[in-house]
Design a protein around this ligand. Structure first.
Ligand code: ADP
Ligand code: ZN
Length: 744
């Protein structure tokens, strides 16, 4: 078997995936060739597979360095659920247990060993590695969350600095660094600190098409909590993370949510680590649906089915926002990233920044604040703004953010623009936009009194608009190049040649303004985005949603019995596929994404039985086939002809028939008359099933019957039979008639 075939086989059998995600195959090939690699992929991109799969194909042991116990635990649980020999050693284990696991590693009983960086560089552990190297060989050293090595990253871990030592000690072992952090500075740090040698560098797009970005207004006059509660109710018990700025607001908000019947738990640094672990664990195990956390809440969440990440307070900076919001929708299914933005927060944060003593620090903080505020306030595609921060340019608008869905009209705002630009000129272009607006609106601030701007003739000439509206006009002028902004962290507006043209009335100003309409229609949000699998193309049959809920409950029971998180048993994507396709045979079950050989044998029985029970009670169809080619066409066609429902008995016949049994064999197996079995097949065909009936009616007979049907019509059987004569039976005619209906 060639290498590619081996990879493909391991992908399906060990991990249950049908095909590689973009980049995975190429990365794995480089790793298998023994080259160092550096993988930059957004969260949920599928980084883990790029070292886990090579670990299985390479002869010796793969060491994975991971910064958090929770992460290690999670990964190992998932690998073991797939029947892969993986384990971890860390401080949560007793000395005996640790020793036992280390023995297993040295004796080649384990393929992947997860370890924390501080343990890796201890004398004892290095000694173990020497032993491994001598016995079974070290295949690969993978450094997960590699940005922890950099002080410029958001999660600096000093212990990561020592990992370079391991590279020097085992120079022949290929090394891999993986991260979802995109900034240039951090990238360089990783390459140098870990001493990667001529690495293959894979940089994936940071676009996460399945995430829907949205910013909602949060002003004091508005009942934002109520809006949040409604939002959570719409999400109907699915997993949500809410971020707040302070511990106090975390406490308050989770209490309010609980009082409103939402199962929410707090998570912040003021709690004991036991309390935190407990709440996190409940969240991971789907015992609570909402976790309300401060930003500090670490990286330890690999939960793939978080359906929304909500920032109830303004995020601190764009990089952080990208990481935090990125915890939504790792499984590739649609998820929401929502910020509740109060322009007043910006002022508050600006004030805090002013208190900083270190000037450099102050400047960085100011720039960061400006960037995140620009994201919140933009009327452009939010995804464009976010990706631009990482140096990535999105060509088209995304069609999956609030701005792309909002209708805009262009309003002539020349008059207001002149006032604003004029005031900037009159205040010597030395003040921030906010001060300029205060002057226009005739505010009574210390700054205005100090600068005597209340004596200007323009003072108080712009009371007709609110601060927010003036801000919007100011920002639009900057976006359109009609006004410059200094880039020194102080953001002082400066007039340019075009500003002068506006003031002289040589140029008009049109500003996009959102049309005040109801929020985007929910159906639009349901649109499949991101990775589309052939399963998504099958329309939902009646009962699919309910069956999904049943399967979730079953998954939870199994997970609790095993003491693992439900997604370790199966991700939502698998359950959705099961609810749609309703597999009944081993073959069908194996085709469900996420079902590898280990899960096939473990879970075939409980899940198919649950499905059969549910479907039989309701007389629903099972064993639905996946369309062969993932072309969007079938959806449309199938929807045209509404399907008759199929009896469970026909379902069983169908299952035997597609396994290749003859009509006689099925009749015998089921203790039924041959004609009953044939009537099942007819029923299936009439319901739109594309069964091949050549095994029952050979091609030339089919042709003959078809010819006659075309001649005399298909309303009644008798005339057809009369033309065909005794050689042909009613059963055959019925079958052909039904089959012809399917293909029309
Ligand atoms: P990352 O580490 O990049 O955040 P993970 O490795 O945790 O991402 O993968 C995210 C999710 O995608 C996991 O649930 C994983 O099972 C799934 N996944 C990874 N590779 C594939 C693939 N080739 N096909 C389908 N699902 C995949
Ligand atoms: Zn957009």
């Amino acid at each position: 078997m060639g290498q590619r075939e081996q990879m493909q086989k391991a992908l399906k059998e060990q991990f249950g995936h049908e095909s590689f995600r973009p980049g995975q195959q190429e990365i794995i090939e480089h790793v298998l060739s023994g080259r160092d690699t550096f993988v930059l992929m957004p969260t949920g991109g599928g980084k883990s597979l790029t070292y886990q799969l090579p670990a299985l194909l390479l002869p010796g042991l793969t060491i994975v360095i991971s910064p958090l116990i929770a992460l290690m635990h999670d990964q190992v649980d998932r690998l073991r659920a797939n029947g892969i020999a993986a384990t971890f050693v860390n401080s949560s284990l007793t000395a005996e247990e640790r020793a036992r696991r280390e023995r297993d590693a040295a004796n080649g009983k384990v393929k992947l060993l997860y370890v924390a960086p501080e343990r890796l560089v201890t004398g004892n552990f290095l000694f173990l590695l020497d032993e491994v190297e001598n016995n079974v060989g070290l295949s690969l050293i993978a450094v997960d969350e590699a940005h922890c090595v950099s002080e410029w990253g958001h999660d600096f871990r000093p212990e990561y600095r020592q990992l370079g030592l391991v590279r020097s000690r085992y120079p022949q072992v290929p090394m891999m660094a993986l991260t979802a952090t995109a900034t240039e500075r951090v990238r360089e740090d990783i390459l140098t600190q870990l001493r990667l040698r001529d690495p293959h560098v894979h940089i994936a797009s940071f676009n996460r098409p399945n995430l829907r970005y949205e910013v909602r207004e949060k002003s004091s006059g508005k009942n934002t909590t109520k809006e949040l509660i409604n939002l959570l109710r719409e999400l109907d018990g699915q997993s949500v993370i809410i971020y707040c700025f302070s511990r106090k607001s975390v406490e308050n908000l989770s209490l309010v949510l609980q009082q409103n019947g939402i199962s929410a738990q707090p998570y912040h640094a003021g709690m004991t680590s036991e309390q935190r672990t407990e709440n996190q664990e409940k969240f991971i195990r789907d015992d609570v649906s909402v976790l309300v956390a401060t930003i500090a809440f670490g990286m330890g969440i690999g939960k793939p089915d978080v359906r929304a990440v909500i920032h109830y307070d303004m995020p601190r900076n764009l990089e952080g926002y990208y990481q935090e919001s990125g915890r939504a929708g790792r499984d590739g299914l649609p998820a929401k990233c929502i910020v509740f933005y109060n322009p007043g927060d910006r002022v508050k944060l600006g004030f805090l920044i002013d208190q900083k003593v270190d000037e450099q620090e102050q400047m960085i903080a100011r720039q960061q604040l400006q960037q995140i505020a620009a994201y919140c306030e933009t009327t452009e595609c939010r995804r464009k703004v976010l990706l631009a921060y990482f140096g990535e340019q999105l060509q088209e608008t995304c069609d999956n953010c609030d701005n792309c869905h909002r209708e805009m009209v262009l309003e002539d705002r020349t008059k207001e623009a002149i006032k604003l630009l004029f005031t900037i000129g009159k205040t010597q272009q030395r003040f921030g936009l906010r001060h300029v607006i205060d002057v226009l609106r005739g505010a009574n601030t210390q700054k205005i009194r100090d600068s005597q701007h209340d004596l200007l003739p323009i003072y108080g000439y712009g009371k007709e608009l609110s601060v927010d509206e003036w801000m919007r006009i100011g920002r639009a002028l900057i976006h359109q190049g009609l006004l410059d902004m200094t880039n020194d962290g102080y953001s002082v507006p400066r007039l340019n040649a075009l500003s002068i043209e506006v003031i002289r009335k040589q140029r008009t100003v049109e500003i996009p303004t959102p049309v005040k309409v109801a929020p985007a229609k929910p159906e639009k949000e349901q649109k499949a985005v991101g990775r589309i699998s052939p399963i998504d193309l099958i329309p939902d049959e009646p009962g699919t949603g309910e069956l999904f809920d049943h399967l979730r409950k079953l998954r939870k029971r199994i997970a609790d019995a095993q003491g693992v998180a439900p997604y370790v048993i199966f991700p939502d994507t698998s359950l959705r596929a099961m609810a749609k396709l309703r597999p009944q045979t081993q073959e069908q079950f194996a085709r469900i994404p996420g079902v590898g050989s280990s899960k096939l044998s473990l879970y075939f029985m409980p899940f198919t039985e649950e499905i059969a029970l549910f479907c039989e009670q309701r007389g629903l169809k099972m064993g639905i086939e996946l369309p062969q080619a993932p072309k969007p066409e079938p959806t449309e066609k199938r929807e045209v002809a509404p399907r008759a429902s199929i009896t469970p008995s026909s379902q069983i016949t169908r299952a035997f028939y597609v396994q290749g049994l003859t009509i006689e064999e099925i009749a015998e197996k089921r203790g039924m008359a041959r004609s009953t079995v044939l009537s099942h097949i007819t029923e299936l065909l009439e319901a739109g099933e594309r069964l091949n009936i050549e095994r029952i009616v050979p091609a030339e007979r089919f042709q003959k019957i078809e010819d006659v049907i075309r001649e005399v019509g298909d309303e009644r059987l008798k005339p057809i039979k009369e033309v065909l004569g005794d050689e042909y039976s009613y059963d055959e005619i019925r079958l052909v008639r039904a089959a012809l209906k399917v293909s029309i």
